[in-house]
Design a protein around this ligand. Structure first.
Ligand SMILES: Nc1nc2c(ncn2[C@@H]2O[C@H](COP(=O)(O)OP(=O)(O)OP(=O)(O)O)[C@@H](O)[C@H]2O)c(=O)[nH]1
Ligand SMILES: [Mg+2]
Length: 152
């Protein structure tokens, strides 16, 4: 399925942002640390985990997000902590949705907790995916393509 809007992925280190970009762009899935903001394909902006982990980078995230239509907060369900403070989404003037990754190896409680972190951060709705197999990503793309940007 083709992504028809430009998205930016935000989340902590190693939570699965780049893997989602690789999957959606039909690229080889391989681990590569993101060192700087990267434009992948036509429609994806990948960010380094450090940007969401350090307050001093929040301004860069805000500026970079101006280039996107939709913001995705990405959270690995198997990581106990979250980089997303409550109402983190209020920094952005764009629709913010949430994606829980690693559902292939997380248990039910971990997935539920990850959803709660994303909800508290203001992401809505929230999807569950596995970046390695692409499970759940079709629903994410379908939802994004349907968002009416005039509402924002
Ligand atoms: N089992 C499993 N592994 C995943 C999933 N998504 C990503 N990974 C693995 O998690 C590791 C980190 O994934 P990345 O996509 O590079 O993470 P990132 O958020 O881009 O990390 P930074 O570039 O450091 O910000 C890689 O080894 C991926 O293969 C998933 O849904 N399930
Ligand atoms: Mg990355």
């Amino acid at each position: 399925m083709k992504l028809e809007k430009r998205i930016i992925l935000i989340g902590g280190s190693q939570e699965g942002k780049t893997t989602i970009c690789q999957y959606i762009n039909s690229r080889e899935i391989k681990y590569e640390k993101t060192q700087a903001v990267a434009y992948i394909g036509e429609n994806m902006i990948d960010t380094p985990g450090e940007y969401a982990e350090r307050r001093s980078y929040y301004g860069s995230l805000q500026i970079t997000s101006a280039d996107a239509d939709v913001i995705i907060f990405v959270k690995d369900a198997t990581k106990y902590m979250s980089v997303f403070a409550p109402a983190f989404s209020s920094m952005f003037t764009k629709p913010v949705i949430g994606v829980v990754t690693h559902i292939d190896i997380a248990d039910e409680k971990e997935i539920k907790d990850a959803r709660t972190y994303l909800e508290m951060a203001g992401a809505d709705p929230i999807f569950e995916v596995c970046g390695l197999t692409g499970e759940g990503l079709d629903q994410v793309i379908k939802y994004i393509n349907k968002i009416d940007l005039d509402m924002y």
